[in-house]
Design a binder for this molecule. Structure first.
Ligand SMILES: NC(=O)c1ccc[n+]([C@@H]2O[C@H](COP(=O)([O-])OP(=O)(O)OC[C@H]3O[C@@H](n4cnc5c(N)ncnc54)[C@H](OP(=O)(O)O)[C@@H]3O)[C@@H](O)[C@H]2O)c1
Length: 231
């Protein structure tokens, strides 16, 4: 049985990923910072709830200890939790604003991965799936044909560019665990006030694919539901 931990799984893409991976036969652990919402989501999809605030070292350590005590290992870690941060103009953004978005979206990937790596190393075909964004792509944000080029969100875009680079660097530096990044695509969730053009199921296609693919599928890739993302 493949054991999968998903951060930010009480709603949106994380919750739909949890639902689909339970359906695919995984033992899924729903990670969420709000206990009531996390438990409700876990019950709804047939998963186990574990509290985790990805910005809090103690909370992340406690979540890893919980998984160690209950499951004893992990096969798939999905770093999904994320925020957009303020929609302020670039000239109004402060250092504190930057630290907040980079902490949740980027430092948390390092924090959670660090805490769960010992459990992943006991797993089978251990994999980390980092949820990045096309908004973190140099290529897509400069292509006038793409929706990504219309967005000005310095903190979110840079936080996701860093997630993508973290993924490829970990892939090179940690060869015993597979690290891949996924752009869900523009999907209707609370993150964008449900303005996204994809359904939640379309938005999770590539996340589910990375979580369920064959062990020889590779590491250090950046993909969306259509294939390789130029980043
Ligand atoms: N939707 C899109 O179009 C799109 C496109 C590209 C990438 N993405 C990425 O996909 C991921 C999921 O986003 P979504 O669209 O599903 O958004 P969403 O519905 O707003 O869900 C975001 C999730 O992250 C959780 N979260 C935020 N801060 C957290 C923290 N400190 N600790 C633990 N959990 C935290 C939220 O929990 P709370 O409910 O407690 O706030 C929520 O469960 C994000 O990384 C996002 O950047 C989304």
């Amino acid at each position: 049985m493949t054991i999968t931990f998903i951060t930010g799984a009480n709603k949106g893409l994380g919750r739909e990923t949890a639902r689909r991976l339970v359906e695919a036969g995984h033992t899924v652990i729903v990670g969420a910072r709000n206990a009531a919402l996390g438990q409700e989501a876990a019950d709804a999809v047939g998963a186990r709830f574990v509290p985790i605030d990805v910005t809090d070292d103690a909370s992340v350590a406690a979540a890893a200890a919980d998984v160690e005590a209950h499951e004893g290992r992990l096969d798939v870690l999905i770093n999904n939790a994320g925020i957009t941060g303020l929609s302020a103009r670039p000239d109004e953004l402060t250092g504190e604003d930057a630290l907040s978005v980079l902490n949740t979206n980027t430092a948390s990937v390092v924090r959670v991965t660090h805490a769960f790596l010992p459990l992943l190393r006991r797993g089978s075909d251990p994999r980390v799936v980092n949820v990045t964004s096309g908004l973190g792509s140099q290529t897509l944000t400069h292509d006038p044909e793409r929706v990504e080029a219309q967005v000005i969100a310095p903190l979110y875009t840079s936080s996701k560019a860093a997630v993508t680079m973290l993924t490829t660097q970990y892939a090179k530096g940690v060869p015993d665990v597979r690290f891949n990044a996924v752009d869900p695509g523009y999907t209707a969730t609370d993150l964008n006030g449900h303005s996204g053009t994809q359904t939640i199921t379309e938005g999770t296609d590539a996340i589910v694919a990375l979580a369920t693919e064959a062990p020889d599928a590779g590491t250090g890739r950046v993909v969306d539901r259509h294939g390789v993302v130029p980043w």
